[in-house]
Write a protein that binds this ligand. Structure first.
Ligand code: ZN
Length: 294
């Protein structure tokens, strides 16, 4: 079985993981070697597999060959491949990919402001509308468990059941996405919200958005945006508002096209697949349909 929906394990994908990991340091989400990044990839027989930053190497020194590959065998055991051991937190990534089939990339940080909030054993409540980027009314905090353990993996998958990002008590942040740019953007936004939330806590009373402000969710957990009249905001309008979604979509499509060319797809076949995808989107989300067809 070929998992056409997942990217092939290529040097390009491995390099994107390294770029994302380095961006965590340049954006001050992490210092030294803390945090880790992974991306789901295609594997033989439809097995669950992902690429992940290795343990103990500064991100600036990483090369594509250093990235570890972790695969679940038919016996349900996990095998890692590569010259280096995978990040000590690989279990956490494996558990998230197992429990959330829609997740294709994970960014785990120890970003300072969000980690400070996690040390209060608190999530980030809906004080600002961007909290809805999490796909839920608030960003939850997974209860504490020792790093690298199955207990931590269980705690985090529990917190992520209804959203795309969570804090991890006394530890950090885990952000997911349908691609590396989306998971990274969510980690950055979480740090930004945590910073504002800590400022508000110092001022005292934190005012929250009204409860009926809670967003309806799409099947994938993302908020369904409405305009002032209560009408669903169309897909086209939404990409204008959420520039990050737009960029993520472009990255995912171009990565998929790269893969298609690599495995020898013809331009005509790619065109047919793209047309099929567009009609699937139109039938799932009526708001995405061109005006004349409604
Ligand atoms: Zn960690």
């Amino acid at each position: 079985m070929i998992q056409t929906e997942f990217p092939v394990d290529t040097e390009v994908l491995r390099s994107r993981i390294i770029e994302t990991a380095r961006s965590m340091n340049t954006q001050r989400l992490n210092v030294n070697k803390s945090g880790n990044v992974s991306a789901r990839c295609r594997a033989e027989g439809g097995a669950l597999a992902f690429l992940i930053t290795p343990s103990g190497v500064p991100y600036d020194d990483l090369t594509p060959e250093d990235i570890s590959r972790v695969t679940r065998l038919p016996t349900d055991e996990w095998r890692d491949e590569g010259p280096l051991l995978p990040s000590s937190e690989w279990r956490l990534h494996a558990a998230v990919y197992e429990s959330k089939p829609e997740v294709r990339a994970i960014v785990h940080t120890h970003s300072p402001k969000a980690t400070a909030v996690s040390c209060l054993e608190s999530g980030i409540p809906p004080f600002h509308y961007m909290v809805a980027m999490s796909g839920a009314a608030e960003i939850p905090c997974a209860p504490y468990a020792t790093f690298g353990t199955e207990a931590l993996a269980e705690s985090v998958t529990g917190a992520l059941r209804h959203c795309r990002v969570c804090l991890m008590a006394h530890h950090g942040v885990l952000a997911t996405g349908s691609g590396l740019p989306g998971a990274f953007a969510l980690a950055v936004e979480t740090e930004n919200l945590a910073s504002m939330y800590l400022d508000l806590l110092q001022l005292g009373d934190v005012r929250l958005l009204p409860e009926d402000e809670e967003f309806e969710k799409r099947p994938d957990g993302m908020p369904l945006w409405k305009d002032v009249s209560g009408k669903n905001v169309s897909c086209t309008e939404k990409v204008k508002v959420l520039d990050e979604n737009y960029r993520e979509l472009r990255e995912s499509v171009s990565a998929a096209l790269d893969d298609a060319v690599l495995i020898g797809c013809r331009a005509d076949d790619i065109r047919t697949i793209l047309k099929e995808m567009i009609s699937e989107v139109e039938s799932s989300y009526p708001d995405a349909r061109p005006e004349k067809e409604k």
